[in-house]
Design a protein around this ligand. Structure first.
Ligand code: FPP
Length: 235
């Protein structure tokens, strides 16, 4: 691959962390932190639309998150349904295409129905592609890709698997890899997010908690990305 200096990210992925801490600092239930986090989601979507970023992928619910208390899980699922319902009109006006990735069959019926409806109603939009990772795990995604690849093989077909053939079976087959990965609330971890896709992503970690992450913080991360020299393993 050739040396390239990309000045503007085409695809930004975000690990939205710190909703719980934001709530705890205020003596509020964790769900209040998630509700406030949903407002940040809206701000960042708007910033992407305004700056012309083409893909935004948000880690909204991991497979590990099913281990959380039932009350928090159901609150988050309700918040998602509400978010997709409330934003429908806006997604149409702003030309946003909505997609979800993950083990979507794990989702409660109502959430899955809202996700499928939003996907089909926005399928013809050509502006920002907003991707929500739901019941998502990076390792699970790779395992699912391998199984999907094997399932479509004819008996006796021993063609070696290539990066391209495996990539075509990932949940993200239709999207370019993220150029920039943002993580809020200071942790220096990937937490099983887009393991394959972030191979060459630039990583930006901020101590800001997700509910406090402002439009300016997002623009600062994008501008920081613009200063980085991306060599993709070249010199
Ligand atoms: C991590 O913070 C955040 C989540 C597990 C959920 C993310 C959900 C939202 C931002 C709101 C709903 C999303 C949409 C798209 C409407 P945490 O709870 O792990 O925070 P902590 O580490 O401080 O406890």
């Amino acid at each position: 691959m050739s040396t390239s200096k990309t000045k503007f990210p085409r695809h930004v992925a975000v690990i939205m962390d710190g909703n719980g801490r934001w709530a705890r600092e205020r003596g509020l239930p964790r769900l209040s932190g998630h509700r406030e986090g949903a407002k940040t989601v809206q701000r960042i979507i708007d910033a992407c639309v305004q700056t012309g970023i083409q893909f935004l992928t948000l880690y909204a619910f991991s497979r590990e998150n099913w281990k959380r208390p039932q009350l928090e899980i159901s609150g988050l699922m309700r918040l998602l349904v509400q978010f997709l319902g409330d934003r429908h009109e806006e997604m149409m006006v702003k030309n946003i295409r909505f997609r979800a990735i993950g083990r979507l069959s794990d989702l409660p019926e109502k959430t899955l129905a809202a996700v499928r409806r939003a996907e089909s109603e926005t399928a013809g939009n050509t502006g920002l592609t907003l991707v929500l990772a739901l019941s998502y795990g990076g390792r699970t995604e790779i395992v699912d890709a391998v199984n999907s690849l094997l399932a479509e093989r004819k008996p006796g077909d021993n063609t070696p698997v290539t990066e391209e053939s495996l990539r075509a079976h990932l949940y993200t087959a239709d999207f370019p890899d993220p150029d920039l990965l943002i993580r809020t609330s200071g942790e220096m971890r990937i937490s099983n997010f887009l393991l394959w896709q972030i191979s060459y992503a630039e990583i930006f970690v901020t101590k800001k908690l997700w509910p406090d992450f402002s439009t300016q913080d997002f623009l600062d991360a994008v501008s920081d990305f613009g200063q980085r020299e991306r060599r993709f393993g070249g010199i």
